[in-house]
Design a binder for this molecule. Structure first.
Ligand SMILES: Cc1cc2nc3c(=O)[nH]c(=O)nc-3n(C[C@H](O)[C@H](O)[C@H](O)COP(=O)(O)O)c2cc1C
Length: 195
């Protein structure tokens, strides 16, 4: 009950973003690609360093190689998306080990901006954390000294009737979250926040 009240007041794109596996192959309009780039570009970052290095991969040999660089489970659905976006960042400064975490965090902000803008543009998205690092770098010609942070598949929603049984179950699975009090605290660590 409280949950549904909370949801009703949220920005629609936050709720509409869902990790789908059914994508239509039709290309994404340039204006929408540009909007996604701008959205990511305006993400916050530590000291405004903007450590994200974001490669948008649509077709050609690079895309074929990138498809094959994904974890096997992701290869079952992600190749059907017309766009894969690879987020990467410089290897952190060895003098400041915590900088690596911040660079990843900044990439996450940029990624969330991009995903929410994509949803705003009527597109569907799915973030991935499974790939072969060496193969992704080779596919994109990424220089040494960079690490891949994550990959996001983007496209229009596809025909679910063509999905395998397993993928259909993944597409339709319930979206669940922990109870608020498990992750949110009131004033002191561990004291459940009450919605
Ligand atoms: C960093 C990150 C890595 C993820 N890796 C994968 C992945 O490799 N394969 C996959 O199918 N989903 C992956 N997901 C999607 C999550 O499973 C999904 O976000 C989560 O189950 C919540 O569902 P929702 O996105 O529909 O709200 C990843 C999500 C994030 C943020």
């Amino acid at each position: 009950m409280v949950e549904s009240v909370t949801k009703a007041t949220l920005i629609a794109e936050i709720l509409d973003r869902k990790s789908v596996v059914a994508f239509d192959g039709r290309p994404i309009e340039d204006s929408k690609l540009q909007a996604m780039v701008e959205a990511a570009r305006w993400a916050p970052s530590a000291s405004n360093r903007q450590p994200w290095r974001i490669t948008l991969v649509r077709g050609g040999d690079a895309r074929k190689a990138l498809n094959e660089a994904l974890a096997p489970g992701n290869q079952e659905w992600a190749p059907s998306a017309p766009l894969l976006v690879v987020f990467a960042t410089d290897v952190p400064d060895p003098e400041r080990p915590a900088s690596g975490a911040k660079m990843m965090l900044d990439n996450g902000f940029a990624g969330q901006n991009l995903m929410l803008e994509a949803v705003h543009q009527g597109l569907r998205v799915h973030a991935m954390g499974g790939w072969d690092e060496g193969k992704v770098k080779a596919a994109l010609g990424m220089p040494e000294g960079n690490v891949v942070a994550f990959v996001v598949a983007v496209g229009y929603g596809g025909d679910v009737s063509t999905l395998s049984e397993d993928l259909l179950a993944k597409e339709n699975r319930d979206r669940v979250r922990n109870d608020v009090g498990e992750n949110f605290f009131d004033g002191k660590f561990g004291v459940p926040w009450k919605a």
